[in-house]
Design a protein. Sequence first.
Length: 278
Amino acid sequence: MKLIWLLLLCATLPFSNTSAQHNPGDSLGVYHVNRWASGGVALLGAYTNFEGLSRVKDKPRLTKPELNQLMTNSISRLNRSGLKQDPGKREQAHRVSDILMYGTASLPFLLLLDGKVKKDYLDIALLYLETVALTSNLYTYSPLGPTFVDRYRPLAFYEEVPLEERQSGNMRNSFYSGHVATTAMGGFFLAKVLHDYHPEWGSRRWLLFGAAALPTTTVAWLRVRALKHFPSDVLAGGLIGAGMGILIPELHRKLQNRMKVQAGFGLQGNTLGVIWAF
């Protein structure tokens, strides 16, 4: 939730110099962005995500019998590395993963520095806030997220960790990794926008997606080291976050290509025509 409000604040900083180039309702750039719709989704999404996270974090505490029944041999081979970490390093890994997540999620606002993107910055910022809202609410409300899926975090299996920490209701929220999803969303959104605005870069544009995978992979590794997630949790989070970071801009790009808005002002009054071109 703190991330959404931070991004909303970042998005408002440069608007005064960039918003005068377009009509107030819709954009004319690479993406079709209805500012009222995207802004509404961002604001409503911030509220609904806050409500959803409150419920996710308020799950019942684990009881001692539950902890005693946890069996490491029931963990799949893919996820067993999550039970072979050093608990003493979990706090440092957690702190670094937080820094990388917030940093990567803020990177799309640096698109203001790109000459081609700058003229559409208001629309890109709103598009990104819409993507943040949809990604965060997918985590809190979809059947894939912790609202519907109870999976014990690796930390619950470590008997050397204080009992109070292992019994936290948050120990039920291992699947999927919201940190990794958020990191991937920010990195791949940045890569997608640069890819679409710079066709002159040719095949080199695909290197952008490789670069976006680096912080995602790093945060995934750190979340496993922090005993917050199993490998399958971070893998799912990375795929979902990357998918949202690419898919939402792509849908807006296709909409821009298919819809043309013509506004004419006649002598007798105002007229507005909308042409759908399929």
